[in-house]
Design a protein around this ligand. Structure first.
Ligand SMILES: Cc1cc2nc3c(=O)[nH]c(=O)nc-3n(C[C@H](O)[C@H](O)[C@H](O)COP(=O)(O)O)c2cc1C
Length: 172
């Protein structure tokens, strides 16, 4: 059967993969994300799209800052993609076996991620889809040299812990 044209377009664009983390009160969470983009040039802006089905979604809504970790196409990058993209904070603490530190407002910053940013949340948009848009004002950015990103095509065999249509108000 022919591929759905929209799916084919998105697969061909082959986005870089990131891990988004957040903290609120004593909770912390994070998930693998393929939906993200620069959203403003001056001032710098960044946007990520978080699934309403994810544990991370609830923590993101209550947090003031998010960390965006760009994964490199290395063994470490693939390990983090698997750890954050196939397990859910509903059942496990993804932070218990990895090294991380508290960044601004307690947002978890993962050790060994040499490229990333912490952004202050500016807005959250729920347009009725299964993901919400979160726009960010980057307050800390780190990346000392160019790198080869881990792309969707390298991790498309991963099985997400949640399907996007799992959230309670999904029309199905
Ligand atoms: C290749 C791939 C891309 C993904 N892209 C996104 C995304 O853009 N946004 C999102 O919220 N979840 C995305 N996910 C799903 C979450 O990373 C996954 O369901 C995760 O296990 C949820 O963890 P949580 O319930 O602890 O938040 C993706 C998963 C995979 C495998």
């Amino acid at each position: 059967m022919a591929a759905d044209p929209f799916d084919q377009l998105m697969a061909s664009a082959d986005p870089a993969m990131i891990v988004v983390t957040a903290a609120a009160d004593d909770d912390r969470s994070g998930c693998l994300v393929g939906f993200h983009s620069q959203s403003s040039m001056d001032p710098h802006g960044y946007a990520v799209w978080i699934s309403k089905a994810n544990h991370t979604y609830g923590v993101v809504l209550r947090s003031t800052h998010l960390a965006v970790h760009f994964l490199a196409d290395t063994e470490d990058g693939r390990r983090l993609a698997k750890a954050f993209g196939t397990r859910t904070g509903d059942r496990v603490d993804k932070f218990d076996r990895i090294t991380w530190r508290r960044g601004p407002q307690g947002v978890p910053i993962l050790a060994g991620c040499d490229h990333g940013l912490v952004g202050r949340k500016i807005s959250t948009l729920d347009d009725g889809g299964d993901h919400v848009t979160v726009t960010l004002d980057p307050v800390e950015v780190w990346s000392r040299q160019a790198f080869t990103p881990l792309r969707l095509s390298a991790v498309q065999d991963l099985d997400p812990a949640h399907d996007a249509d799992e959230h309670p108000d999904h029309p199905r």
